[in-house]
Design a protein around this ligand. Structure first.
Ligand code: ZN
Length: 283
């Protein structure tokens, strides 16, 4: 059972083994803001137990950094404790969870994942406090900013800033313990520019909590951005030189060993490019 570790004054991060998921709690006079709720109602209840042991006050609000199951499927556990608890997210994250949440549960139902039954039993709770660009949470003695820096890992990733301690929570726009997950709901051409904004909001001192892995700094995010630039440029180059989509993964030179992420980047990139840039004659 992980403990919440204080990474800055009254900002605690717990790193859970399942999905190597980070959950962050931000303390204030008005209670805790909990960012991400892990992957099932049962897992969310474990987070609540761990928060109880932390003893830093009741939960005042929940934030989902994006719609993915390992960040939002624990929401129901928090609502069990407080039916009026506000759950914040970007409007696209709420829409995607409503649209795709049951599909994700179905994927687990068909798998032999050890957490399958917990996920299948999970009641989806869609964030009810949505916004499009920015939102400030006034917590009395501290403010927390929710910022939508643009599309990337999904269409609705938000970044949480805690300005008084120079901390930023980047969700899965940044990953430390693995390469950033490029999925079939990712935006490969937007992601680097989105990270430009994340980097611009950071100082050299900013502690950046990724969705998965340990705290990083601005330089780390800048380096991860460069890898995503290389992927986007390679996809654009392959499509522009007429390489068919089914040969693109093999013919590209990628910043890391080609994997499902790279395959997804090719799929998504080719989908996003206008047909003319895919069918340019070679001569
Ligand atoms: Zn994710």
């Amino acid at each position: 059972m992980p403990d919440f570790e204080e990474v800055a004054e009254r900002v605690w991060v717990a790193r859970y083994e399942w999905a190597d998921a980070n959950v962050t709690a931000i303390g204030s006079d008005r209670g805790l803001v909990v960012v991400d709720t892990h992957g099932s109602t049962a897992a969310g209840r474990v987070v609540l137990d761990d928060l109880h042991r932390l003893g830093a006050g009741p939960v005042a609000a929940v934030v989902n950094t994006h719609w993915h199951w390992d960040h939002s499927f624990g929401n129901a556990a928090f609502r069990e404790q407080d039916p009026d608890l506000p759950i914040h997210a970007h409007e696209d994250a709420a829409a995607m969870l409503a649209e795709k949440g049951e599909y994700m549960k179905g994927r687990f139902a068909e798998s032999d994942d050890p957490h399958r039954d917990d996920v299948v039993a999970t009641e989806l709770v869609i964030p009810d406090h949505i916004f499009s660009s920015t939102r400030v949470l006034d917590l009395g003695d501290r403010t927390v900013e929710l910022v939508f820096p643009g599309r990337g890992h999904t269409s609705g990733d938000l970044v949480v800033r805690v300005p008084d301690v120079d901390v930023m929570l980047a969700g899965d726009l940044v990953e430390e313990s693995a390469k950033p997950w490029i999925g079939l709901d990712s935006y490969v051409f937007d992601w680097p520019g989105t990270l430009d904004l994340v980097v611009a909001m950071a100082t050299t001192e900013t502690r950046i909590v990724p969705g998965h892995g340990i705290v990083v700094d601005r330089t780390f995010v800048d380096d991860q951005r460069d890898e995503l630039v290389a992927i986007a440029e390679t996809v654009r180059m392959l499509a522009g030189s007429g390489v068919p989509v089914d040969r693109a993964v093999a013919e590209g030179t990628w910043p890391w060993e080609s994997d499902e992420r790279i395959a997804n980047a090719v799929t998504r990139g080719y989908e996003a490019l206008p047909p003319s840039s895919r069918s340019l004659p070679l001569a």
